[in-house]
Design a protein around this ligand. Structure first.
Ligand SMILES: Nc1ncnc2c1ncn2[C@@H]1O[C@H](COP(=O)(O)OP(=O)(O)OP(=O)(O)O)[C@@H](O)[C@H]1O
Ligand SMILES: [Mg+2]
Length: 144
């Protein structure tokens, strides 16, 4: 796959959390992680791991109507869930784009819903269902 940084297969939610924690070591102020993958593939578990790796003590959850949840770890941490957004304009109207260019770390679930809003230097993480509880997690840079 083009621009592929690595592939990992996890076999449980805990392993997906651990993968997120490892990725967090590579994140810096302003990093954006754009998650892709269908319903229930494990995006929120992966996000929990990133948050943990960034020193967020509060539990990251996925409340139905919250689009942006802000946490504080070693850095500000923004968990964005674009599932209920109509598209990029909807995202802009929340004034959320500027968060992505600030000094926090942002993780976006359903990033495919807001393609124009994803910064060019974002890290794309695609999660796909494999057999049983296995998930394939693929990291890559945005195609330039
Ligand atoms: N290897 C795995 N990694 C992550 N989750 C797994 C794994 N195996 C099974 N699961 C299950 O898959 C589900 C993943 O839920 P999660 O909320 O993280 O998905 P999601 O992609 O955020 O869903 P949504 O599209 O609703 O936002 C959980 O029920 C979890 O127990
Ligand atoms: Mg989720």
């Amino acid at each position: 796959m083009e621009n592929c940084l690595c592939n990992i297969t996890t076999a449980s939610p805990e392993e997906t959390i651990a993968a997120g924690e490892r990725l967090a070591l590579r994140l810096r102020p302003g990093s954006v992680v754009a998650l892709r993958g269908g319903l229930g593939v494990g995006k929120t578990y992966f996000t929990k791991g990133i948050a943990r790796g960034l020193g967020v003590r509060e539990e990251v959850t996925s409340p139905t109507y919250t689009i942006i949840a802000e946490y504080q770890g070693n850095l500000p941490f923004y968990h964005i869930d674009a599932y209920r957004l109509e598209g990029d304009e909807d995202f802009s109207s929340l004034g959320a784009e500027e968060l992505l260019y600030g000094s926090g770390v942002s993780v976006i679930e359903w990033s495919e819903r807001i393609p124009q809003s994803i910064p060019k230097d974002a890290l794309i993480v695609e999660i796909t269902l494999q057999e049983q509880n296995q998930r394939l997690i693929t990291l890559r840079n945005m195609p330039q």
